[in-house]
Write a protein that binds this ligand. Sequence first.
Ligand code: NAD
Ligand code: UGA
Length: 316
Amino acid sequence: MQALVTGAAGFIGSTLSERLVAEGATVVGVDNLSDYYSTATKRDNLAQIDSDRFSFVHADLNEIDLEPLVAEADVVFHIAGQPGVRGSWGEGFSEYVSANISATQRLLEATSRTDSRPKFVYASSSSIYGDAEAYPTHELTLPRPRSPYGVTKLAGEQLCRLYAATSGLSTVSLRFFTVYGPRQRPDMAFTRFLTAALTGTQIDVYGTGEQVRDFTYVDDIVDAVSRAATVDVAPGSVYNVSGGGSHSVNEVLDIIEELTGRELNVRRQGSAAGDVARTSAETTAIRRDFSWTPRTDLRAGLQSQLEWVRGVLARA
Ligand code: NAD
Ligand code: UGA
């Protein structure tokens, strides 16, 4: 398999690329190394993909001619994006529009123009649900994002559906639920909490800490993403991908205290704009159609992220 992975230097994209080459695929990764977080961290992520079958194109999806890249691929994994719920308000929004909507439209357009018509797998998000009408939340639940970020991820998903309907593209959108594990972004909760636990610095908890997430280990996410390349599903399909547990931020802090043996220095802050009270996914569809199941529970996943954070701190 020849794969194009966008966002290949990021948390999920680099983990996916590493897995695809390990499975025997040839992968072209593209990423603009955006400065949302340290580009050195992103270069480190790329350096872990140690294979002759991986090549990297340093480019912005909104600037380059995408057709030659797409034409070579059997499957396009569109993982690039501007992530982060809390930073999507105010002036930062234009970056979300550019990275999550415009780049997705350009990539879909390029894909629809190639003769080979590769499969198109899109990294969507649980944030499209907002405070959902029902839990666990089914894919047919009315989307009503609570953050500008969620609006842009939903727009990207709708573009996939539209190109499937009008150009016959084989698109699949996967709604990832809060992903964690080694290489998790530095703005996300677990990397922040584990780093603070090991360095004895302060942990800021937004709101009561009783907000609940259906946290998903990154290896389970990339397993689902890689299966999306070969499953035979209707163009324009949408699937939830989640770890299957419901844990509050306070529960996570308790586990971190146990795993590290350190007393945490927690300060309660006001709740963050755009933060939903709960996420919880109905995953019957992906389990049935992808023969997929999540394999890593929260405690084991946190332990492996802890080891990774230890390594990062030791090298710093
Ligand atoms: P990340 O920031 O680590 O990775 C995204 C990568 O995309 C970055 O390396 C960035 O440089 C690149 N990128 C951004 N704009 C680009 C552009 N215009 N051209 C080329 N490259 C560009 O984020 P992540 O956590 O790995 O998330 C990956 C994707 O998964 C995103 O689309 C995000 O919205 C989605 N997602 C993530 C989570 C999560 O919990 N991490 C949950 C749901 C959905
Ligand atoms: C995450 C990703 O950051 C988004 O890119 C993604 O789209 C989204 O998951 C998703 O599932 O769609 P979030 O759930 O906010 O968003 O993930 P974290 O940043 O790990 O936060 C988890 C919880 O911890 C949130 O309630 C947040 O408010 C809280 N938190 C985070 C803190 O209390 N303190 C912090 O320092 C960071």
